[in-house]
Every structure is written in C-alpha cells, then in structure tokens.
Design a protein around this ligand. Sequence first.
Ligand SMILES: Nc1ncnc2c1ncn2[C@@H]1O[C@H](COP(=O)(O)OP(=O)(O)OP(=O)(O)O)[C@@H](O)[C@H]1O
Length: 306
Amino acid sequence: MSKLLEVSSLSKVYKVSRGLFRWVAHTAVKGVSFSINESEVFALVGESGSGKTTIGKIILRLEKPTEGSIKIKGIDITKMGKEYTRRVSAVFQDPFSSLNPYMKVRHIIEEPLVVHHIKDREKRVKEVAHMVRLPESLLDRKPQHLSGGQRQRVAIARAVSLFPDLIVADEPTASLDATVRKEILDLFVELKNTGISTLLITHDIRAVERIADTVGVIYAGRLMEMGSKDQLLKDPKHPYTKYLLENVPAKHPKHRKADVIQKEVYKDEYHEGCPFYWLCPERMEVCKESIREVLSNGRLVTCNLY
Ligand SMILES: Nc1ncnc2c1ncn2[C@@H]1O[C@H](COP(=O)(O)OP(=O)(O)OP(=O)(O)O)[C@@H](O)[C@H]1O
C-alpha cells in the first residue's frame, strides 16, 4: 500500500485568554506523527479535549500548525491551492448544522462540483447518491425533511462528490442512533473499497472496532500508541490504551467503571513528561521528566515501560 497522507511532528499551541491582557499557552497537540495509506481507514481515538479535532482541522487547512508539516502524496499541503479541497474533504458530527437548510439535497451535493467547474454534474450527483445509498427520490427535498441518517448520507455524498483521496470524518455518527450509526460507519468501508481513505476522528472504541484498519490513540495532545486495529485492541501496550479499552461504555450504566480521568490532568506543566503520569497505574519516577517513543514494525508506543 502506498502512503497517501504524512503528518510529521505536528504541534499546535493556542493562546488562551486569562483575563485582561493575560494570555497563557495551551498545547493542544504535541509532536504528533502518523501516516495514512491509500484505501485505508485510520482512526484517531481519544477522549474529549485530547486534540483530535485540532489535528483534523489542521489537515483540512482550517487551522495552521504551530510546528510540523503535512504532505499528501509527497506534496506539502500549504503549497497546494484549490486542488487540495478536491483531494481532501470533510464530514462533521452534526449534519443538520453543516447542511444549508434552504438548499435542495441535489444542490448541496452539487456545490463542490460547481466550485471545481466539473461537467456532467447531474449524472455525478446521481452516481454519488447511489454510492452512499441515498434514494434518488430524496434529491429534491430539503435537509429538514430528512432523518438524521439520511442527512449524514447527504453530507457524505457531498464529501465524495469530487472523488477525493481522503475524507476527514469528525465524529460522523455521534448524533445517530445505534442502527443508523452502524450503516453510516459501514459506508466508510465501502468508500475505502472504491479507493477513498478516511481519517475517522472518534471517542468511540466500538466505531474503531467496526471499521478501522489502523488506530492512533491520543491523550492530552500526544499520540500514546499506534498500530493495526488487531494489535491495538487485542494486545494494547500503553497503560492509557488499556484504560480506554477497559472503559468502553458498558450497555448498562451500572456496569461502567468509575470515570477516573480528571480534567485537571490537561495541564501544560508536564511539558516533557508523560501527560498520563498521575493516573497511570504503572508510573515510574522517570515518567515525570521524560517520555520515550518506541517504534517497531509500524507500531508506536510512547511509554517508558517499553
Ligand atoms: N480555538 C481554540 N483556542 C484555545 N483552545 C482550544 C481551541 N480549540 C481547541 N482548544 C483546546 O485544545 C484542546 C484540544 O481540543 P480538541 O477540540 O482538538 O479536542 P477533541 O479531542 O477533538 O475533543 P472534542 O471531542 O471534545 O472536540 C482542548 O483543551 C481545547 O479546549
């Protein structure tokens, strides 16, 4: 498989206001590197506030990185013009707010084709509607007359209308019920089989289990572990990955473990040490000061235990 997207040493520091004329630096992403192959579903999984969306936004060129670079097929994305929006598209969590309520579905799907001066648009709209299993009879409706699942199909149809190389899908199923969620997730596998890769951004391990090929686990802006889905789910190495897997929401709340992750750990004081230090059952003194990245056979573990 050949490499499609290469993210190298990506960092993002936000300036956060702390009152009048007072700003503090907040590191949302720190030294993250990974690559996505052609026809691959790469899942970036982590809790709320871990930096997943920020990485997605940087890949979509909606945010600028503080450090690091991103290349698509070897070309730096900052050197690419409008062509980049043809190659990389996005699907967001809430299709209702991301779709124009005043436009008919066919025009929503057609919009990127107009921007890129594509001919034969009517044919292409029908083709992509078929690809995402959106009945043609819905093309003349407006988003408010569709169900949540149908709206997300419209958002995906628009995202694939230019046959991109990559879709950045940020929590694409978070607002859907369980059955529709599975159907929408399976769509990304079908798209993969047509050559479209997906970066799935999610906090949901079950979504990862269902469709990912490769998984990156992110915590407090750092990539803690990365490997194939089987490696990661069957043989997790990092104590944080183990924590995440042990805390996959149980079907009934009374079977869930206590949520021990405290928001206070998202502080910037442990610059060079492990951000999971205070919660890690296997922590060592050295983890306060430094953290080691071990890469072997494409599997990464950012932990002093290895
Ligand atoms: N524009 C911004 N200014 C300042 N801080 C920000 C900004 N955007 C994000 N952050 C902070 O950066 C960190 C990472 O946020 P991000 O949205 O990337 O996390 P996430 O893992 O996607 O979480 P969620 O699933 O809740 O969106 C958080 O601490 C967040 O508060």
